[in-house]
Write a protein that binds this ligand. Structure first.
Ligand code: SF4
Ligand code: SF4
Length: 119
C-alpha cells in the first residue's frame, strides 16, 4: 500500500493521525518542507509553503477546536500531515472520511486508487 497527502490541501486538523490504527501519519512543522516532503505525493502536491485557496476559504473560519493552517502542531492539531508509514496501511478507510482537506490518497498493490471524501 502507498499513502500520500496532497500537502497544499491539508488543514492540519490531525484527524488522520488520530483515527489511523497503524500509525501511518505524523504531523510536522510547516516551516520545514524538507521534513514534510518525504512521502510519495507528486511534485505539485508537495509542500511549497502555500495552501490551496479553496481549502483555506472553506476551513479558515471554522471554529471546531482545531488549529487550521497553524505552522506548528500543539499535540491536538496544527502543522501538516505526512504519510510516513504508508506501507503499514490496512485500508480500513477511517482516514478517508475524516480528512477535512480531502487530500489523502491511497494506492493498493493492484493499482486501485482511493481518495478521501469528507463525511
Ligand atoms: S486507510 Fe490506511 S492510512 Fe487510513 S486510517 Fe486506515 S490504515 Fe490508516
Ligand atoms: S485529515 Fe486530512 S486535512 Fe486533516 S491533517 Fe490529515 S491530511 Fe491534513
Amino acid at each position: 500500500m502507498d499513502v500520500y497527502v496532497e500537502k497544499p490541501k491539508c488543514t492540519g486538523c490531525q484527524h488522520c493521525k488520530d483515527v489511523c490504527p497503524v500509525g501511518v501519519f505524523e504531523m510536522r512543522d510547516r516551516s520545514k518542507p524538507e521534513e514534510v516532503n518525504v512521502d510519495s505525493a507528486p511534485a505539485d502536491m508537495q509542500w511549497k509553503g502555500v495552501s490551496d485557496p479553496q481549502v483555506v476559504a472553506k476551513w479558515k473560519d471554522v471554529n471546531d477546536g482545531h488549529k487550521h493552517f497553524a505552522e506548528k502542531n500543539d499535540g491536538s492539531s496544527g502543522g501538516i500531515s505526512v504519510a510516513v508509514n504508508g506501507s503499514a496501511c490496512i485500508l480500513c478507510q477511517a482516514c478517508l472520511i475524516e480528512c477535512e482537506g480531502e487530500c489523502i490518497v491511497i494506492k493498493d498493490d493492484a493499482g486501485n486508487v482511493y481518495r478521501s471524501i469528507y463525511k
